[in-house]
Ligand binder design. Structure first.
Ligand SMILES: N[C@@H](CCC(=O)N[C@@H](CS)C(=O)NCC(=O)O)C(=O)O
Length: 257
């Protein structure tokens, strides 16, 4: 009986408060960011070591979230020559690996979520987090589309010439269809959000993941993918330029690859 009364009371209180909480929603983001900044500045910081090859690859989104979110980390780079010795000691036989206060984890997406939460760049509000995850899922689809065109060159069953022929064929389809289709979806999302960021009005892990991807696409090291592939998407290009010209990002790329 008491439980029923308490349940009805709580339900009523929630029903009464919710519309008012909704009205407070615009304040939530800046307040949350400010609290995170204070916590990062004065609270205990996790001790993070991120180990990866000396390339951008799948770890760059994690590194750059730490950089933009001002979360110190130990940036360990392993050469391809060192790797065969290290591989048997790694968690899943792959890099990156991240050590957080003595605990080692693998999987760059888990690392990105973690540093996003610590820096406040992964929203705690579930609907915003859902949007961030949606963008990150699309960026993973784009990598998934590109990956076979990289792996084909390592297929032991193919001659060098045949691998090159297949890669060129895949890259043409990527450049003409798959990449513009996904970049078009990104463009539409930016237009819908209207702040220059993918979600909310401050950088999230989604922005950083897409930025590092656009950076790789425009670097020109994927044969057959034109460096200009982002140019037909003005909002995406402006988004890229805006992240690219943040002082901490410029500083980072002055020092790193
Ligand atoms: N899903 C993993 C993929 C990790 C992965 O593919 N790592 C590659 C480099 S990007 C690797 O360690 N390759 C060396 C090997 O497998 O021996 C992640 O995102 O962390």
């Amino acid at each position: 009986m008491l439980r029923t009364v308490a349940g009805v009371g709580a339900g009523f209180a929630l029903g009464y408060c919710m519309p008012k909480l909704d009205a407070l929603a615009p304040l939530a983001e800046p307040v949350e960011q400010a609290l995170h900044k204070l916590h990062l500045q004065f609270g205990p910081k996790p001790n993070i070591q991120l180990t990866y090859f000396d390339i951008a690859g799948v770890a760059e989104k994690v590194r750059l979230t730490c950089v933009v979110g001002k979360l110190p980390f130990n940036d360990v780079r392993v050469s391809f020559e060192q790797w065969p010795k290290l591989k048997p000691t790694s968690k899943f036989g792959q890099l990156p690996m991240m050590e957080v206060d003595g605990t080692t984890v693998a999987q760059s997406s888990a690392m990105l979520n973690y540093v996003g939460k610590v820096t406040g760049m992964y929203p705690s509000e579930p609907k915003k987090a859902l949007k961030v995850d949606e963008v990150i899922g699309l960026h993973e689809d784009l990598w998934g589309a590109i990956r076979p065109s990289i792996l084909v060159m390592r297929d032991p069953k193919l001659s060098q010439k045949e691998a090159q022929r297949r890669q060129a064929e895949m890259r043409k389809e990527l450049a003409d269809e798959k990449i513009p289709a996904i970049l078009g979806f990104f463009e539409k999302m930016l237009a819908e959000n209207g702040t220059g960021f993918f979600v909310g009005s401050t950088p999230t892990t989604a922005d950083i993941a897409v930025y590092t991807q656009l950076r790789a696409l425009q670097a020109g090291y994927l044969d057959g993918i034109p460096k200009t592939c982002v140019d037909p998407f003005p909002k995406l290009k402006a988004f890229y330029n805006q992240i690219n010209s943040r002082p901490e990002v410029e500083e980072w790329y002055k020092k790193k690859k």
